[in-house]
Design a binder for this molecule. Sequence first.
Ligand code: APR
Ligand code: PHB
Length: 389
Amino acid sequence: MKTQVCIIGAGPAGLLLGHLLRAEGVDCVVLERRSPEYVLSRIRAGVLENITVSLMERLGLDARLKAEGLPHAGFNLADGERLIRIDMEELTGQHVVVYGQTEVTKDLMDASAERGLEVIYEADEVALHDVESEAPYVTYRKGEELQRVDCRFVVGCDGFYGPSRKAIPEKVGQNYELVYPFGWLGMLSDVPPCNHELIYANHARGFALASMRSPTRSRYYIDVPLSDRVEKWSDDRLWDELAIRLGPEAAANMTRGPSLEKSIAPLRSFVFAPMRHGSLMLCGDAAHIVPPTGAKGLNLAASDVHYAAEALTGFFKSSDNDAIAAYSDKALSRVWKSERFSWSLTKLMHRFPEDGPFERAMQVAELDYIASSRAAQTSIAENYVGLPV
Ligand code: APR
Ligand code: PHB
């Protein structure tokens, strides 16, 4: 097969990029290791910044998002019994939309056929070749057959564990990584949320987050030691812990119910630079990971894809090489600012095992400052709704 762009990975980044390129008449193909069902089975975060919403709007794929997405004007930081509301709408004129990442992926997936976006699922042994040349190619196995895709650019949208980042020589790339000393235990339950907005809580017993997927489906998290196991958390034990950590007001409004899903995920901050090497570009989790505290993962993938689609369209339609050359610096500039915000909110809202009384006093002082300063709340608000693209 010969095409202009070979995209590896059919998660939100790969599908969003594929649709944007097809909409501009750029030929591309998406190679995905898993089945569509497997891709949709992943439970992921659900807060969309304006960049993600606007790309779906631009593609005309926002009908369900508009119908089912929940606009949120604010969110809350809980510190013991104190609830600090960050009024994003009032402070920045912008809001976020609560809509599951899985739903975004489903909307993109469902539109692939009608939009002429070729996605090859269950493509095994995907391997990148000659990415430093202007004629790279990708091989993969489909059943017994070894297939080859000749292209001008390869875009790695294959997540943290995919092969694309590893195709960049070690002497070229630089890893930046921080692994956090806890994970998040997440639970999905078909019960109404305890608050109409999100609550991030820093309690003496640990972190908690009250989120949602709809007015009848809640998503909750607590932080747990990395040694913890989900089997040790019965629904009752988790509901009891959430009620304590989220505080009395949230607990009073909390509806309990059976968990539909419970799992523990590790937290890390990670960046790989550069995000382009020769004819290979990286987007999304293939290049960076953020702790979920700032709800940035999907939205950073969206801004990467926005820049990559602009650069690739310019290359193929106007022979513009400059945007391709500038892609990595442009994407990383926004990546680093989102990494900083996600890291800082994680530091503010979690109790770290190595922290002592001074570090806790710094958290209390920062929360006091945020509670009393419009400037501090505006800074948090503009980062949470998403910095300009
Ligand atoms: N060959 C083909 N596809 C692969 C390979 C491979 N060797 N390895 C991984 N993939 C696929 C995965 O199966 C997955 O569907 O690449 C896709 C990567 O998707 P994501 O991991 O969802 O990453 P991305 O599209 O960048 O989306 C970022 O996802 O993990 C969350 O928090 C993250 O919200 C963020 C979002
Ligand atoms: C979620 O709803 O899954 C969610 C929301 C906000 C976060 C992380 C996860 O910061």
